[in-house]
Design a protein. Structure first.
Lengths: 126, 852
């Protein structure tokens, strides 16, 4: 399904493999979609007009509070200058940047590096 | 925390009596940390732990003993307090400092008497068994209930506060209730003659017989009913049971036999510290007499309990100095209020009176000889004047130039007492004794949130009657300190929803980005402002919510036009207007539910909910539903949900109008209207009201001349009866009023505000709403109607719109790069249908599919 098409060294010394998940045409502007990656569910958010120039975010789809795979269906927002996704079930907020939960610090979501390579949306896995 | 570890190091504190006051004393002792120095024993004569006697009549309305209890069952044990229920204290041995109980002896260092009172039954020959019932304890109520089982009529002797409560109880047991009072008016202590007359008129209108100036001479066997009460004037009244509620007497027997000083009119004499003539013994509540008076209300008893607990905890305390007997209550559903010198007994006192014979309402304001202070007041029929008048009376606030304005109908713009006029000593919350000064302190300490203020001070957490005043004082204090009271929607818009609505409409704004750029902050918005603005745009322009610019604004339910359930699957509710469905449609619905194995349930709004669909299944399911003639039901939206109906004149022998036809007409007219919150309608075909229209946002009830319109009702969490808005309307006028009403609500309500809450927040209330909608006082009617017509004309089934557009359907994929469903969704079968698996059931389900 997805395949390794790039290998590079991150500055931390970790090796990142880029895996293509889907096409940029699958993304929905200012909202999310979900992609399957080897048993993991990755929510992809596309913010074409982002002020900081970072237009793509990849974050785990499972809401830790409900155990349901719904994060990709939440509303994207900005709280005190930080981009967040609100879980559609219980409305708690997770930072898109690092997956940290604003209301419950003990709950956080995995995030992946993500980039656009031509038309392909790719996430970085170790 | 256990207090029994080192019993020798602690003093023994014995409390006799486990009523409301005795219990409050224990709570205060716990709260003040006094249990560290006392081993506490509480003796209660009744088998039930302390319960709420103030709301005793609710025992007949369905509340049980447990729900009336003042605390959880383990409250005493968890704090190490020894509670001995069903144990009577027989004697106080002051020599040995022990109480003698039916179970043995218990030593005390300090003793608190909280034995309360007992009902006074005048010595009347023939009063026994069911002709000598009383109304005080749960056991008394059980006895009344048993007596009422075979009774048709019940009489209460005593027309005071408790007597009217008891009459209400008899009424709720289904009896024809009568009140017999010795005095020439009801509630002689609290009301004057005119007030008593107004109350009598209201109570008689409720079907309760009122017999004044009657002294019962004897009770003998009756002819039509079990007993006959013969009165002093030769008249008589027959009845099946008699409840005596002619006053209370302090339960002072223990103190009496122990040689404590007893007041001439009963009650253990106490000083300002609540100490009896024996310094080791306190008395609190209705068994105590201070300055010759016994206080038969709960608030003074609580005050005494607080004072004693503070003394025992070594804290500073206030001296008990009498109590204000002002009271406000609802008796048999009638508002009654009495403040201070209600009778104008103060020398030179002058009165203002307002009498409304049409509604049996009465208000009296008693002012001082110099006309500067409120001395007292009487209210019958409307207690909304009470809080302001009480503040005037308690705090000696100088009267306005025209004091009569304080009791005149509020629509005339009565001068309500502003928060700034209250002195710091003004009591805001009587239940928890919170003053304005305490609120100011909390604000000074940095509290800027009302919820936080309530949590910290406990204000407005008792009966809740002071909530509005508390909010007013709080906001005033915040403003006075230069803290802006923030009414912004969120951090991105410094506007209320109403303001944003006006901006969108006036400037013709059609997208969130445009609104944010012109009137907001930042570039993104959040999950508060996005759906609110999405709803405003839909209300104004009614473009399909699946349009690309609108999609990011919607909550998931609106985005996917279905209702997300706890496991991430959706439920589907097709519209079944008016609850009318053909057998073929019903079969089609059943076929779809069966094909996709959807859990199927009938909703409260006369439709059918299909649960358990995954995201990628929604377009297929809707394709089949649309094929069968269904359209979306908007169960996911803040929009019109259903118009419930009964079958009406078409089938029902009582129906007077075609309620189903009207329901269909209304549902089809307003379907698709997006609003600040969901809207529910119902139409009943006659006054029997089988469609329950009076619990809806818009309720329509048929009359033989047309339709009665009710508005702003609600079921659910905060039930509210809808109010009668207009009567005997023809079809066109009905629709016109509903057009205007709904659009006015859409324009002016706050976000996520139901019509019921909106109505309560409307200044001017129902009369104002009628002026705007019926009399067109704002000149808005034509505009409201044309806006509604735009929404009606631009209606389109959102699901049909989405199904026709492959781009929009791309959104309905569980995974954009894989055709599988969500492997984490598991169901089990229960009662022949699917339901989500619970966590502990998951290990029973084979998940080999994903195991690598």
């Amino acid at each position: 399904m997805s395949q390794s098409n790039a290998v590079r060294k991150e500055s931390l010394g970790r090796v990142i493999h880029w895996r293509a998940l889907c096409s940029s045409h699958d993304l929905v502007a200012n909202s999310g979609v979900v992609a399957w990656h080897e048993g993991a569910q990755v929510a992809l958010f596309h913010l074409p007009d982002a002020a900081n120039g970072k237009t793509l975010y990849a974050i785990a789809n499972k809401d830790p509070k409900s155990g349901a795979n719904v994060i990709g269906r939440g509303i994207v927002g900005s709280l005190k200058g930080e981009l967040v996704i609100a879980s559609p079930l219980y409305k708690q907020h997770f930072r898109l940047e690092d997956g940290a939960c604003l209301e419950y610090p003990e709950e956080s979501l995995q995030v992946w590096p993500v980039r656009l390579n031509g038309d392909a949306v790719e996430i970085g896995v170790e | 925390m256990s207090s029994s570890d080192f019993p020798s190091s602690k003093a023994n504190l014995v409390i006799v009596g486990n009523g409301m006051v005795g219990h409050h004393c224990v709570e205060q002792l716990v709260g003040k940390g006094a249990l560290a120095s006392f081993e506490v024993h509480v003796f209660g004569e009744e088998r039930q732990r302390a319960y709420d006697r103030v709301h005793l009549s609710e025992y007949f309305g369905g509340r049980d003993a447990e729900s009336l209890a003042m605390c959880d069952a383990d409250f005493y044990a968890s704090h190490g307090v020894q509670l001995h229920l069903g144990v009577q204290v027989l004697e106080i041995d002051r020599e040995r400092k022990e109480v003698v109980t039916s179970a043995g002896r218990q030593a005390y260092d300090q003793l608190i008497l909280a034995t309360g009172s007992y009902p006074f039954v005048p010595p009347i020959p023939g009063a026994e068994g069911n002709s000598r019932l009383v109304y005080r304890t749960l056991e008394d109520l059980d006895a009344i209930r048993a007596a009422a089982a075979n009774a048709r009529r019940g009489v209460v002797v005593g027309g005071g506060l408790l007597g009217l409560e008891a009459a209400n109880a008899l009424k709720s047991l289904g009896l024809e209730a009568h009140v017999v009072e010795f005095a020439p008016r009801l509630m002689p202590v609290q009301l004057d003659a005119e007030g008593g007359a107004a109350l009598r008129a209201q109570i008689e209108a409720l079907g309760v017989g009122v017999h004044l100036s009657r002294a019962t001479q004897e009770i003998v066997s009756g002819e039509e009913y079990a007993y006959r009460m013969n009165f002093q004037d030769g008249e008589f009244l027959e009845t099946d049971l008699i409840v005596f509620s002619a006053g209370i007497r302090p339960q002072d027997a223990l103190g009496r036999s122990a040689g404590l000083e007893i007041a001439p009119r009963g009650g253990v004499v106490i000083d300002g510290q609540c100490k009896t003539s024996d310094p080791a013994i306190y008395a609190i509540g209705e068994c105590a007499s201070w300055n010759g008076s016994v206080f038969g209300l709960v608030a003074p008893g609580y005050g005494m309990a607080r004072g004693v607990a503070a003394q025992l905890a070594g804290e500073p305390h206030e001296t008990f100095a009498g109590a204000d007997m002002s009271t406000k209550l609802k008796l048999l559903g009638v508002d009654v209020g009495s403040i201070g010198d209600a009778h104008g007994a103060t020398p030179g006192a002058k009165s203002y009176r307002f009498i409304d014979e049409a509604n049996s309402a009465y208000r009296r304001l008693v002012v001082s000889a110099d006309g500067k202070r409120v001395l007292g007041a009487v209210l019958v029929g409307d207690n909304s004047y009470y809080d302001t008048l009480l503040q005037y009376a308690q705090n000696g606030i100088k009267l306005p130039a025209d004091p009569a304005g304080l009791i005149l109908p509020l629509s005339d713009g009565a001068p309500a007492l502003g928060a700034d006029a209250l002195p710091d000593t003004a009591t805001i919350c009587s239940c928890h004794n919170v003053t304005k000064g305490a609120v100011c302190c909390a604000v000074d300490a940095g509290i800027t949130d009302l919820g936080e203020l309530k949590a910290q001070t406990k204000a407005a957490t008792g009966c809740g009657g002071c909530s509005a005043l508390l909010k007013q004082v709080f906001e005033h204090e915040l403003s006075a300190r230069g803290v802006a009271v923030d009414k912004s929607l969120c951090e991105h818009f410094a506007h209320t929803r109403q303001e944003l609505y006006a901006i969108v409409r006036v400037e013709g704004i059609r997208s969130f980005d445009e609104l944010l750029a012109k009137h907001g902050r930042g570039h993104v918005g959040c999950d508060i402002c996005k759906p609110a603005v999405g709803s405003i745009l839909a209300s104004c322009w009614n473009q399909p919510i699946t349009d690309p610019l609108l999609i990011p604004l919607q909550d998931t339910n609106d985005t996917f036009m279905a209702n997300m359930q706890k496991n991430g699957t959706y439920s589907i509710v097709p519209r079944i207007a008016g609850g009318e469905i053909t057998p073929d449609r019903l079969i089609a619905l059943g076929a779809v539910a069966k094909k996709y194995d959807l859990y199927t349930k009938i909703t409260g709004g006369q439709r059918i909910d299909l649960f358990g669909a995954q995201l990628h299944q929604l377009p297929d399911i809707w394709g089949e539903l649309i094929e069968a003639g269904f359209e979306t039901g908007h169960a996911y939206g803040k929009s019109l949900r259903t118009v419930k109906s009964c079958v009406g004149s078409t089938w029902c022998r009582y129906g007077v109008q075609d309620s189903v036809g009207m329901a269909l007409h209304l549902e089809n007219r307003y379907k698709g209207l997006r609003s600040p919150h969901k809207i529910k309608f119902a139409v009943s075909g006659c006054t029997r009201e089988c469609a329950e229209a009076q619990s809806k946002d818009v309720g329509v009830i048929a009359t033989d001349k047309g339709w009665n319109l009710y508005v702003c009702g609600n079921g659910g969490m905060r039930p509210r009866h809808a109010e009668l808005f207009a009567t005997d309307l023809d079809d066109d006028t009905l629709v016109r009023y509903i057009d205007r009403f709904l659009m006015f609500y859409v324009q002016t309500a706050d976000k996520l505000q139901r019509t019921s809450v909106w109505r309560e927040s409307l200044e001017g209330g129902l009369d104002y709403l009628k002026e705007v909608i019926i009399d067109d006082s704002l000149g808005l009617a034509a505009e409201l109607e044309s806006q509604m017509q735009h929404v009606v004309d631009s209606y389109e089934c959102e699901w049909a719109n989405a199904i026709a557009d492959p781009e929009k359907l791309k959104r309905f994929r569980t995974f954009v790069n894989d055709g599988r469903g969500d492997p984490d969704i598991h169901f089990v079968r229960e009662r022949e249908q699917r339901r989500p698996a619970r966590a502990h059931e998951l290990h029973l389900i084979p998940v080999a599919e994903e195991a690598l």
